[in-house]
Design a protein around this ligand. Structure first.
Ligand code: MIC
Ligand code: SF4
Length: 754
């Protein structure tokens, strides 16, 4: 069955005219990104040329995707918008709340028992509002979306930063906070600053041990975690066409790790093959009619420098497998340099776990290639040194891989097959011994490796690599192992060299599945009742955030000045806290507990200015809130990097923080703060970060005249009686200022409804 084929055909029907209009206003050959964006303007045909990196533009995305950990907050907000049904096709995927412990069947049952209340809420609220629900065990959101919903030239938003995965099927798919999803589901426009464009030309062809993952590991190394901010990355060239569709998905997926708004590829044969294999011949037939519009113009790809803001070229034939990490996904090391680099930095050489899975790398091809490595080890009598776990991306992938003997190959090596879900990737991993906090190394095929992410242990050095490299490194149990040159030795002392991985891009016998885990919504859900128990510890109905009183904020205290990397995992930790994602007050008890206090180098220990003693961040902030004192949070570069979770913005808002002032923001987090009625500001002069002292008081002296393009002034009053006035930049346009004034974007929707 093809989901929403009528919607897809309607989108394609508008394409020729929309592209034509875009050509007239831009008056130049078009990139694919421009085609998709101009084909999805809220106001229909383009009439002006938008300025990249400057113009705020209203778009009309074709669909919305949400996962269980973010959907709770998104749908609690949607409930308040007063709508009967979602305005565009939308889905919810239960994938984040399932723990990996002993193996799929037991783990899934345990998680159904533990999260029953939340799954029931998501299933019934989806039923009520016309949202498709993918049950626990159905698979990871982005794999399921790629298999069922993504279509070339489409535009989608999703409440997860890796929504960008669908770029592998030629979409512009963008990760957002729940409040943005509410706009689109409520039938309103979705706003984005028109992105800058990075073109990545791929030449040559992958070979040997190199895989699609290595392309993005290399790109992350080049661009760093913030190099893609405000940009859409478009891949092209013969190398791009030679990649499989799921390989393209892997590359787009991890584009989130360079801060890119999204990444995409032009429609090609690999996409046709994938669409057909996943039962969507109808989409191919429709796309083929307008195929010329579903890729960039030839002139653009022939002379990319003239059309992109930045160009990178990578020769796939020469690309070496990479291993990125530890603690950050942009620290890239080619496999041949790993031993030297690890020794130099004192990274533990023994690999203790190899994990294959996550939305980045859990396709049939990924499992097949990794299994081909595992098979060789088994055949040569090698027992892997490290433990091994896999999470297939979807039930369809799992079922097919089981039928084709791929899972059996893994099991012969003692691999634990966990549920089709995020699992260890989001800290849903009951790793034995992690509480001892020993220094150790793990390798995985995920996208993120921030401190504590997988197992909660700050001393776990996690490295990101391809599934086939995970297999090789876990078998060798040695981080410095280079399968291109090194040999393995079995128990009888016989040594042998692994041959490069092979695996079918798509299953020869086709995909198969018995129960894909999909639950269609009721045709008319108006009678469905949503019950949230008042004493629930997992779910809490939302109350309106207070409106701004129209006055300057004065005498604010410093809650925390954060030093260094501060991802959304530092602001609102996942793992054990995922269970409170539907309960704002409870989850607020994790506010910024992972961030380093610049004044004492410690996490979760800040000065309470009311008592002079030190306390935990959430407790100190609750103390300020109790007496009605305003406070601010100060941060470093790329603050809020990583996840789309809006909890990282709602928690400070709920606890009464007024402003977050940083050197620079990650895109989704900045928008989330704005949507929730917070002040998200950046130092006009970065060095002013150093002027913030622990006992300072802060006055926003011209907030009453808050206006677009006009910096704000903050007076920093030091405890020695002196003061500094500093300039703070912001990117609020007029309608975003209205969110601030109303207390949140949702408050404003409600005002408009009444
Ligand atoms: C992640 O990979 O960090 C997550 C968990 O999928 C998040 C979403 C969340 O926090 O629920 C993301 O990437 O947006
Ligand atoms: Fe799930 Fe990990 Fe993908 Fe996030 S990155 S959606 S936690 S698999």
């Amino acid at each position: 069955m093809v989901f929403d084929i009528d919607m897809i055909k309607r989108v394609y029907a508008t394409y020729p005219e929309r592209i034509n209009a875009a050509r007239q206003v831009l008056n130049k050959p078009l990139t694919l990104t421009e085609k998709i964006l101009y084909a999805h303007l809220w106001d229909g045909n383009g009439t002006v040329a938008f300025e990249r990196g400057k113009s705020y533009v209203d778009f009309a995305p074709d669909r919305v995707a949400m996962q269980d950990a973010t959907a709770q907050m998104a749908l609690l907000q949607f409930m308040q918008a007063g709508k009967k049904r979602v305005a565009v096709p939308s889905t919810v995927h239960a994938d984040h709340l399932i723990q990996a412990r002993v193996g799929a069947s037991k783990d899934l049952q345990d998680s159904l028992n533990q999260n029953n209340e939340v799954f029931n809420f998501l299933s019934s609220i989806s039923n009520k509002y016309g949202i498709g629900f993918w049950k626990p065990g159905a698979g990871i959101i982005h794999q399921v979306v790629l298999e069922n919903y993504a279509f070339p030239g489409g535009m989608m938003i999703g409440t997860d930063s890796h929504t960008v995965n669908a770029g592998g099927l030629g979409m512009v798919a963008i990760g957002v906070g729940g409040a943005d999803a509410v706009d689109v589901m409520a039938g309103m426009a979705w706003e984005l600053k028109f992105p800058k464009l990075i073109g990545i030309k791929l030449t040559g062809k992958l070979n040997g041990w190199t895989s699609a993952k290595d392309v993005i590991l290399k790109v992350a190394d080049i661009l760093t975690v913030k190099g893609g901010t405000g940009c859409i990355v478009e891949y092209f060239g013969e190398g791009a066409e030679s990649l499989s569709c799921t390989g393209k998905g892997t590359i787009c997926n991890m584009g989130a790790e360079i801060g890119a708004t999204t990444s995409t590829f032009g429609y090609d044969d690999s996409m046709r093959r994938y669409l057909i294999a996943t039962g969507r011949q109808d989409v191919v037939d429709a796309a083929d009619v307008i195929a010329e519009h579903l890729t960039g113009d030839a002139e653009v790809y022939e002379n990319p420098k003239a059309y992109f803001d930045q160009i990178i070229e990578i020769n796939l034939s020469e690309l070496e497998p990479h291993i990125n990490g530890p603690f950050t996904p942009d620290r890239g090391t080619p496999v041949s340099k790993m031993r030297e680099e690890a020794e130099k930095n004192g990274w533990p050489m023994d690999v203790e776990w190899g994990l294959i899975g996550s939305c980045t790398n859990s396709s049939y091809e990924d499992l097949a290639r990794a299994a081909s490595v595992v098979k060789q080890a088994v055949a040569n009598g090698i027992t892997p040194k490290a433990e091994f776990g896999i999470n297939p991306g979807s039930e369809q992938v799992r079922f097919t891989a089981e039928r084709d003997g791929i899972l059996a190959d893994f099991e012969k090596m003692g691999t634990k097959v966990f549920t089709n879900a995020c699992g260890p990737c989001i800290g849903q991993w009951d790793r034995e011994g992690a509480e001892k906090q020993e220094k150790n190394t793990i390798v995985h095929s995920f996208n993120r490796n921030f401190s504590k992410r997988a197992d909660g242990n700050p001393n776990t050095h996690a490295f990101v690599t391809s599934p086939e490299m995970v297999a090789a490194l876990a078998i060798a149990g040695d981080l410095g192992f280079n399968p291109l040159t090194d040999t393995l030795t079995n128990a009888e002392g016989k040594s042998f060299k692994l041959t490069p991985p092979v695996g079918d891009e798509l299953p020869m016998k086709g995909f198969a599945v018995e129960d894909n885990g999909y639950q269609a919504p009721a045709a008319d859900g108006s009678a469905v009742n949503i019950i949230v128990a008042p004493d629930s510890q997992r779910l809490q109905l939302l109350e309106n955030f207070p409106v701004w009183n129209g006055k300057n904020i004065t005498d604010a205290k410093l809650l925390i000045k954060v030093k260094g990397k501060c991802t959304t995992d530092h602001i609102s930790m996942a793992g054990p806290w995922l269970k409170y994602r539907g309960h704002l007050d409870n989850i607020s008890n994790n506010l910024l507990i992972g961030a380093e206090n610049a004044f004492n180098g410690k996490a979760n220990e800040v000065k309470n200015q009311l008592t002079g003693s030190y306390g935990e961040v959430p407790a100190v902030q609750r103390a300020y809130k109790a007496v009605g004192i305003a406070s601010i949070v100060v941060g470093d570069h790329n603050y809020g990097e990583g996840s789309s979770r809006e909890h990282a913005a709602m928690e400070p808002r709920h606890l009464g923080v007024s402003a977050v002032i940083v050197k620079s923001f990650a895109r989704i987090h900045e928008t989330n703060l704005k949507k929730q009625g917070m002040l998200a500001l950046t130092f006009a002069n970065e060095a002013d970060y150093d002027k913030i002292h622990e006992n300072d008081l802060f006055d926003f002296i011209d907030l009453e005249s808050f206006a677009p393009e006009k910096p704000l002034t903050m007076r920093i009053r030091h405890d020695n009686g002196t003061h500094d006035d500093i300039m703070l930049n912001h990117t609020y346009n007029q309608s975003q200022i209205e969110w601030f004034k109303a207390g949140s974007a949702l408050n404003l929707i409600k005002l408009m409804e009444n």
